[in-house]
Design a binder for this molecule. Structure first.
Ligand SMILES: Cc1ncc(COP(=O)(O)O)c(C=O)c1O
Length: 479
């Protein structure tokens, strides 16, 4: 065949290709995850039936219908009493709760001699347990990244109340990573005492995955480490036999959608011995006396589980973990990254007629050390940011579920959106804002600057069609 004919056939072949062909050509590893498309057709039938495009996996995962059915049969067939007793129905509940506890340990490859799982109502509940009991004192430091969920930021109130100092490590726009050369400087110079360093394994704003190697570095310099794994654990393997953070909060609904209302603090036994619980409650003590005004805390995990555990829902955690294991975290991770890469590449190509790109990303533009969420704003032809609330309204009309705002991560938001510390201070110091500040008042304060962003996130059963729907949605905004 002569070269021109070859080129001609090459062109025809190219024109014949569907977007899906181009996608798998770019991400051939996606083909190894196709069983998830089948799983979705079989076990997440409501997505097809309702036509919903779900792009908020960082907000909450989706459950398989089989998880609910397995749990429902368990409830319909068994008799479960309040644990903490020795009657048969109570023992039955205890057995299932302890089995779920073991399943969490196994899933995270945690050594039972080293770690313990404390059930909480969500990741925030786990963080509060640490915050309220960590022995902060005047010579303590609480060090955390700007990029943190508010439930990690909130621990600073406990630290400050006990006279500890609080330091934030900035992340740098536009890619939203920490300047690692500066990290040792933040970690050095401890003055004895108890010191806590907190960061997310994956940002719920930018999806940056901050290095797990920081854990060992911080330990060597005398810190306890709180690794927030709430956004990381739904599509990444956290292996606690390799990395040894002291405190790991998670929410199970983020990992597999069902049940809601159950989370855990996975904690190192050694670090737990430091914690000083501010109170005791039903279930947390061995003995408490009214007349002697004395109580003795039980061993962990009991000492940290206040009152009656959610003993009917906790068994569903084991069902969810089995579901994830049957797929494999590595496969989920792979799929999520392929879809994320495709989204980035295609959204960057959407431009206004005058050539202005439609989307401004806050976070990495590649798939290295990141998860499956994209924070962005849409801009008009003149480069002005379009109100994220309007984008959400438009997305709602085409049944696309995305999230807007600051995603409870104000630090990353402030840095990404260029809201300065002086602007914030002057806003918060206005006498009318002493007690109260609404969202609209806040927007006015920062002079109409973008106060939030749009986040789309993919997960376990996201498909090529889902991300294509979002790309089409973006394209529709420039026409
Ligand atoms: C990184 C991160 N940490 C903590 C939380 C708090 O989780 P929950 O609201 O389930 O307590 C979230 C929730 O979005 C999160 O993304």
């Amino acid at each position: 065949m002569n070269i021109q004919l070859h080129r001609f056939y090459g062109l025809i072949k190219f024109m014949d290709k569907t977007r899906y062909d181009l996608f798998v050509e770019r991400y051939p590893e996606f083909l190894e995850t196709l069983e998830l498309d089948d799983l979705r057709k079989r076990d997440y039938t409501r997505l097809e039936k309702t036509g919903q495009v779900y792009l908020d996996y960082t907000g909450g995962g989706l459950y398989a219908e089989s998880q609910v059915k397995t749990h429902q049969s368990m409830l319909l067939e068994g008799v479960f009493g309040n644990p903490h007793s020795t009657n048969p129905s109570s023992l039955h509940a205890t057995e299932l709760v302890e089995s779920a506890r073991d399943a969490v340990m196994t899933f995270f490859r945690a050594d039972p001699n080293e770690y313990v799982v404390i059930f909480t109502s969500n990741a925030s509940g786990a963080l509060k347990l640490v915050g309220e009991s960590y022995p902060f004192a005047k010579n303590s430091r609480y060090l955390l990244t700007f990029d943190n969920h508010n439930s990690v930021n909130g621990i600073r109130e406990y630290a400050l109340a006990k006279g500890a100092s609080v330091t934030y490590i900035p992340v740098m726009p536009p890619f939203m990573r920490v300047d690692e050369s500066k990290l040792p400087g933040y970690l050095d110079g401890l003055d004895g005492g108890n010191n806590l360093f907190a960061y997310p394994a994956q940002s719920n704003f930018s999806a940056v995955q901050h290095p797990l190697e920081w854990i060992e570095l911080a330990h060597q310099k005398g810190w306890d480490v709180l690794l927030d794994a709430a956004a990381f654990s739904p599509s990444n393997r956290l292996d606690l036999s390799l990395y040894k953070p002291d405190f790991v909060p998670i929410s199970f609904y983020k990992m597999f959608g069902y049940p809601t209302g159950v989370g855990a603090l996975i904690a190192r036994r050694k670090a737990l011995t430091k914690l000083q619980r501010p109170w005791f409650a039903g279930g947390t003590i061995t003995v408490a006396s009214v007349q002697a005004e004395k109580h003795y805390l039980a061993e962990a995990p009991m000492a940290f589980e206040d009152g009656t555990l959610d003993y009917l829902n906790i068994p569903a955690v084991e069902i969810g973990l089995k579901h994830l294991e049957s797929i494999g975290m590595e496969k989920i991770h792979q799929r999520v990254l392929c879809l994320t890469g495709w989204l980035i590449q295609n959204l960057l190509e959407v431009k206004h007629p005058n050539g202005t790109p439609l989307v401004r990303f806050y976070g990495p533009l590649d798939t290295e050390k990141r998860g499956g969420a994209l924070a962005m704003n849409f801009v008009d032809e003149a480069g002005r940011v379009v109100d994220h609330r309007w984008i959400e309204e438009r997305a709602n009309t085409v049944d696309v579920s995305l999230r807007t705002g600051c995603f409870c991560n104000p630090g990353a938001g402030e840095l990404a959106l260029g809201i300065s510390s002086s602007e914030l201070t002057s806003c918060f110091n206005q006498p009318v804002h002493e007690q109260r500040l609404t969202y609209n008042e806040f927007r006015l304060c920062i002079d109409g600057k973008a106060s939030g962003a749009v986040r789309v996130s993919v997960g376990l059963v996201s498909t090529f069609d889902d991300v294509e729907a979002f790309i089409r949605f973006a394209q529709s905004l420039v026409k």
